[in-house]
Design a protein around this ligand. Structure first.
Ligand code: ADP
Ligand code: MG
Length: 248
């Protein structure tokens, strides 16, 4: 589904050049998930934007399903770090925004969006505004908006970073269910080691800027019952800590 070969990215602003990514190669099969982890500022969001077609690599090649990524492609959904909800729109209006833009009529919008909001536990909040919701609920509205478009590839940029620990674990489970039940390929940027191991069938570990690949770890037990409590889970967490130079 995703093939990245020797990607490098340099931002050029007037005389200043910032090298954000250096020689990144990775691939991801359809239906699997990739967690991208690395220190702040190492280029994780930049890599996600390349996958979304919002930017082009300076060097190298990236292909999604055999084509260059195109930001207008409805098969790819991107959830930004701050959720991208409009405060003046209700939960329902925010969730149906993508369908509205694509010209679906009101009846079709309702038929698609209401069941998704119900499934995501937001049925009683359809007429609420984002400020009336908790962080976890806002995140679910952003996910509802993406799922309404039935994407094949879901890209999430640090979706849970602003949430408290308990909400965060619940939503990790929730994202796992969304991934498994919707036949999605998932790329999730995170700076949490446990989150990467809980959600990534592969984990791409990045260095400090310019982001390079330190390692790509296979995580075949992802999604299995009780994984978070298992010795294998903790082994992979320890390995990531070592690779990222976290001392504990
Ligand atoms: P991360 O998501 O890992 O924190 P980013 O991909 O946001 O990292 O940024 C990587 C580096 O590129 C940072 O040094 C950042 O300041 C720089 N950068 C990001 N976007 C731009 C941009 N549009 N123009 C110039 N520099 C940028
Ligand atoms: Mg970022």
């Amino acid at each position: 589904m995703i093939l990245a070969e020797n990607l490098s990215l340099t931002y050029k602003q007037e005389n200043v050049h910032i090298k954000a990514l250096s020689d990144i190669s990775c691939h991801l099969e359809k239906g699997s998930s990739l967690a991208v982890i690395g220190p702040s500022g190492c280029g994780k969001s930049s890599l996600l934007f390349l996958m979304a077609g919002l930017n082009k690599p300076t060097i190298g090649k990236i292909m999604i399903n055999g084509k260059e990524p195109d930001a207008a492609n409805p098969d790819t959904a991107l959830i930004l770090q701050d959720y991208g909800l409009f405060p003046w729109k209700t939960v329902y209006e925010n969730a149906s925004l993508g369908l509205n833009i694509r010209g679906f009529n009101k009846k079709n919008q309702r038929e698609i969006v209401i069941p998704i909001l119900e499934k995501l536990g937001l049925a009683e909040f359809v007429n609420h505004f984002p400020t009336q919701l908790s962080g976890g609920q806002r995140q679910r509205v952003a996910i509802a908006r993406s799922l309404a478009l039935k994407p094949k590839l879901l890209l999430m940029d640090e979706p849970l970073s602003s949430l408290d620990a308990l909400t965060r674990e619940n939503l990790q489970k929730f994202i796992l269910d969304v991934w498994v039940n919707n036949n999605l390929t998932l790329v999730l940027v995170t700076h949490s080691i446990e989150e990467a191991v809980f959600l990534g069938s592969k984990i791409l570990v990045m260095s400090d800027r310019p982001g390079r690949v330190i390692d790509i770890i296979e995580n075949p037990l992802v999604g299995s019952e009780g994984y978070r409590q298992s010795p294998e889970f903790h082994q992979i967490c320890s390995k990531l800590r070592r690779l990222l130079g976290v001392i504990n």
